[in-house]
Design a protein around this ligand. Sequence first.
Ligand SMILES: NC(=O)c1ccc[n+]([C@@H]2O[C@H](COP(=O)([O-])OP(=O)(O)OC[C@H]3O[C@@H](n4cnc5c(N)ncnc54)[C@H](OP(=O)(O)O)[C@@H]3O)[C@@H](O)[C@H]2O)c1
Length: 287
Amino acid sequence: MDSKIILVTGASDGIGKETAMTLAKQGHTIIIHGRNKQKLQAVYNDIKAETGNTNIDMFTADFLSFAEIKRFADTIKQKYDRLDILVNNAGAQFTDKRETTIDGHEKTMMINVFAPFLLTTLLLDLLKKSPSARVVTVSSASHKMGGKPDLNDIELKNNYTMSRAYGFSKLYVIWVMRHFITETKKAGINNITFNCVHPASTQTNLARESSSSLRFRIIMFLWKPMLISLAKGAKSSIEAGVSPKLEGVTGKYFGPKGEEKVSDKYYSTQNEQIIWDYCLKVTEDYR
Ligand SMILES: NC(=O)c1ccc[n+]([C@@H]2O[C@H](COP(=O)([O-])OP(=O)(O)OC[C@H]3O[C@@H](n4cnc5c(N)ncnc54)[C@H](OP(=O)(O)O)[C@@H]3O)[C@@H](O)[C@H]2O)c1
């Protein structure tokens, strides 16, 4: 397998860390991202020690801030002259109390939709320089949940719950990644594929904030025996990132057992465009 330059966001824990570790073992250059410098440094040390791969790099940025995402992308662009694979893995679930970021955006939408949108947009120049680039975005089977999204209220100012926000965010990010295909084609860019994956329910710390409610803790306790290992959870991201069988494949959605169907219940090209335009609007000052 050729050696690739791969950026994995949210690699300081869980599925992202496992993804980065496995790809490092395969000999690729791995750029790991996290928000906590100490935690990321420990992962950096672990990856180097466990894989013997010296081509590991690390950068921190809080994806709840557009300015931080822009600074992060600029740093990557200064240091690297191409990027082969971007794994948009960083993601989060919050609580049943709606919270906003310093930019005034609902936090779930920010980290799960606006952050991967902005980062991918800002890194297109580097991805364009790869002979064959892939953008892999970690969605979730939860994109099928949450009921009917209200596209006049994307950031859930009304009827917010943690699970609706998380489910819709993972649906919208699939639409956004599909739309990148349209936009890159329009711009004459033909070397980048965009696929989404879901890990399936995996043993991670994803519920660290959402599990503050008793109801959620009970659900998590009952659900625990169903959780899969990190190795299984990272499988779809790794396959979509480097499998030679998926060369040139775009616009798909993969789970640990291969391609799956996205719920298209609320999909239309018009709805996709609404989410895309919204992402453009909220990131206007940072692109
Ligand atoms: N676990 C599951 O069952 C499951 C199922 C479906 C989809 N997913 C998706 O899989 C992806 C990885 O999640 P995981 O389960 O591995 O959870 P995790 O263990 O909590 O890892 C999430 C990663 O994202 C980073 N992150 C969180 N908030 C951030 C912020 N504001 N700025 C920058 N980085 C931030 C975390 O950093 P810290 O280390 O600092 O917290 C961590 O590196 C997410 O997109 C999640 O939605 C997970």
